[in-house]
Write a protein that binds this ligand. Structure first.
Ligand code: SAM
Length: 370
């Protein structure tokens, strides 16, 4: 019987779990100041077009989240009515609710989010087939194992932040409000952006802003921040940071707040977003049953590159020289196949929800190969 799901569903139902010791230690490991070597490699190799994720620069403020690529992403999962599905990024549950609509009585949906407000909002779903776990998705395999689940039929990741996270001033994600400089998706653990700025070096800060924000004034911004700090003024609010960045950037991009890229870079660093995704990809592969589907919605090129490379590495057998003395049939067989082309929001969706504009959905299917 599946712990926390089939077994005593009423108890499991909406039982928002605290981060387990397993995931907490992983989380601690993830909170190191420097990007991990894997991700640094990836960044140095990439010619990123970072930041179309201008969600934090979007003035279409709401207190709810409009789900991006709702039909496309759920359709991509090719839901089997009795299957077990994972929504790694519950948010406000737009995708989760649609998945539940398509599941039969014996289907199961396990959702994850590291944000306590997302956990709170999941309590509105009174459905015995649904379980909510408070954890980062890089802890997904361990959390599912605790529930007795080794294989699932589909996993959805809708990356990045939700509109309520951006729009609630006190979360400190947006330069549109003056608020404490927090930026943690999980309000219950980890260092805030202010903590990071209080303890980092100028060099690390410049790297973070450059790599995660593709900000050409990264060095100048880092210097201005560290100078402010060395003058005895701790940077503790979004307003202070916005002002410092505006003073350090000498050429503004039309229609964009000069702090856009710095805010995004700090958010990615504080939440270790690329490391999370890098750790989650092999877990998704291990968890998917044959013909199980993986659907990932990315909002900027660094995320999309991680997904694309992972799927390619698992799927690709065409990268050997023509005269390589091994037959294709003797090579390890691919564990994933890409499904279709990347999917982007239609012009109609972008018009209705400008925050969807940089979304890219990639879909892959697990083969029978162990
Ligand atoms: C774009 S929103 C998802 C919206 C959701 N699909 C919906 O329809 O409402 C992303 C959510 O994923 C969560 N999230 C982002 N990275 C995460 C991670 N590594 N682990 C767990 N949750 C994460 C955020 O807290 C946020 O609530």
């Amino acid at each position: 019987m599946i712990k926390g799901v089939n077994d005593a569903p009423t108890k499991a139902l909406l039982s928002a779990k605290k981060v387990s010791p397993k995931s907490a230690s992983l989380s601690d490991a993830l909170m190191s100041e420097k990007p991990t070597p894997d991700v640094s490699d990836l960044i140095s190799k990439s010619n990123t077009n970072l930041l179309n994720d201008s969600s934090v620069d979007d003035s279409s403020s709401t207190n709810s989240h409009i789900t991006v690529l709702l039909d496309e992403a759920v359709q991509a999962l090719a839901i089997k009515p009795d299957g077990i599905y994972v929504d790694g990024t519950f948010g406000r549950g737009g995708h989760s609710k649609k998945i539940l609509e398509q599941l039969g009585l014996n289907g199961r949906l396990i959702a994850f989010d590291r944000d306590l407000s997302a956990i709170e909002s999941s309590k509105a779903i009174a459905d015995a087939r649904f379980s909510m776990v408070h954890s980062h998705f890089a802890g997904m395999q361990a959390e599912l194992a605790d529930m007795g689940i080794a294989k699932v039929d589909g996993i959805l990741l809708d990356l990045g932040i939700s509109s309520p996270q951006i729009d609630q001033a006190s979360r400190g994600f947006s330069f549109r409000y003056d608020a404490p400089l927090d930026m943690r998706m999980d309000q219950s653990s980890g260092k805030t952006a202010a903590d990071f700025l209080a303890s980092t070096t100028e060099q690390v800060l410049a790297e973070v802003i450059k790599n995660y924000g593709e900000e050409r004034f990264a060095k100048q911004i880092a210097r201005a921040i560290i100078t402010e700090r060395n003058d005895g003024r701790a940077i503790t609010t979004t307003g202070q940071l916005t002002k410092i960045v505006a003073g350090a950037v000498t050429r503004f991009e039309p229609g964009q707040n000069p702090a856009t890229r710095t805010f995004q870079a700090l958010r990615i660093h504080v939440n270790q977003e690329l490391e999370e995704l890098t750790l989650a990809m092999p877990q998704c592969l291990a968890l998917l049953a044959p013909q199980g589907r993986l659907a990932v919605i990315s909002f900027h090129s660094l995320e999309d590159r991680i997904v694309k490379q992972f799927v390619r590495d698992q799927a690709n057998r065409d990268d050997l020289p023509a005269n390589f003395p091994v037959r294709a049939s003797e090579l390890p067989q691919p564990k994933l196949t890409g499904v279709g082309k990347t999917i982007k929001p239609t012009a109609k969706e972008v018009k209705r929800n400008p925050r969807s504009r940089s979304a890219v959905l990639r879909v892959a299917e697990r083969t029978n190969v162990i």
